[in-house]
Design a protein. Structure first.
Length: 302
């Protein structure tokens, strides 16, 4: 096997994990180079990606590994693409070391967050395959952009509760904030489709899962040049809690057809009031959204 150089950008919250150290040692024992950079405060990911691009010019880096959750991967890829002009691609591939709470994107890649050494070995063995990224108002996402009440639940669920209950923590939080459920009006347009009305949740997927494993875009593919749009319309009075529970427990496939699906390259969304969108878990707030796919923009170990 060809010797590789991995640059691990590690979320500082995970720096003391023994399984991370074991993973790095295991890959080094395979004969590969692993250089580790640890984040400490806001802005560190962008700085460390800039450093990786600079170092690559002198000593090529094969793969930049994002060590953290979906938000860390988002920051790493976004920082790399922000520093590259036009349609140029980053000079190295990317890989995921799933150290977050939900690890939705890692599960799409069939990585096991309970076996971190195996995940880092995977980064040396898997092919670097062309992979799409999405873009919302100039900011990229690798996995999914989500909006609506479900987004608020994801953002406001107690991290300690997530550790205890896993994905069920989102449902628990949503049920306890049931009185805050309210419809948001939106108009959604693609190249050949339009929809208007109140919605409970909206997802635009490059990947398939978000919010702790919820299958919001179950047929999304990472390299097909298309985004999968899912709209969950706001239901009639009296059915909201049942719909929300089914969505959180079984994903859109458990809604018995009570959702809208569309595949598209470009999507525009206008909302009647400010709504929060999460890009791989990172929040944005606004009323006007331009969404597009960037076909085969990066190489990803998968």
């Amino acid at each position: 096997m060809k010797k590789q150089h991995l640059r691990l950008i590690l979320n500082g919250k995970s720096a003391g994990r023994t399984d991370v150290r074991a993973a790095v040692d295991a890959v080094r024992d395979m004969g590969h180079d692993v250089s580790v950079r640890v984040t400490y405060e806001a802005g560190d990911v962008a700085r460390l990606v800039t450093e990786a691009l600079h170092d690559h010019a002198d000593s090529p880096i094969d793969t930049v590994v994002s060590g953290g959750g979906d938000g860390t991967l988002h920051e790493v890829v976004d920082a790399a693409l922000q520093q590259i002009s036009g349609d140029e691609r980053p000079p190295f591939s990317f890989a995921v070391l799933p150290l977050g709470t939900a690890n939705d994107f890692a599960r799409h890649l069939q990585l096991d967050p309970n076996d971190i050494p195996a995940c880092l070995r995977f980064a040396t063995r898997a092919s670097a395959r062309p992979t799409d990224v999405g873009e919302v108002n100039g900011r990229v996402f690798v996995n999914m952009a989500t909006g609506g009440f479900g987004t608020q639940v994801t953002a406001q669920t107690d991290p300690n509760l997530k550790k205890v209950l896993g994905g069920a923590a989102y449902l628990f939080t949503g049920l306890h904030r049931f009185s805050e459920l309210a419809a948001c009006e939106a108009r959604v347009e693609t190249e050949d489709f339009s929809w208007e009305g109140p919605f409970l949740a909206l997802a635009i997927g490059n990947g398939r899962r978000a919010g702790g494993g919820i299958r919001l875009c179950p047929r999304a593919e990472l390299d097909d040049g298309l985004l999968d749009l899912t709209i969950v319309p706001f239901p009639d009075s009296g059915k909201v809690i049942d719909l929300f529970s089914a969505l959180m427990e079984r994903g859109v496939e458990g809604l018995n057809g009570g959702f809208v699906e569309k595949r598209s390259r470009n999507i525009t969304i206008e909302t009647s009031e400010p709504v929060q969108f999460n890009l791989d878990g990172e929040p944005m707030t606004g009323t006007s959204w331009k969404v597009a796919i960037r076909h085969h923009r990066i190489a990803l170990r998968r």
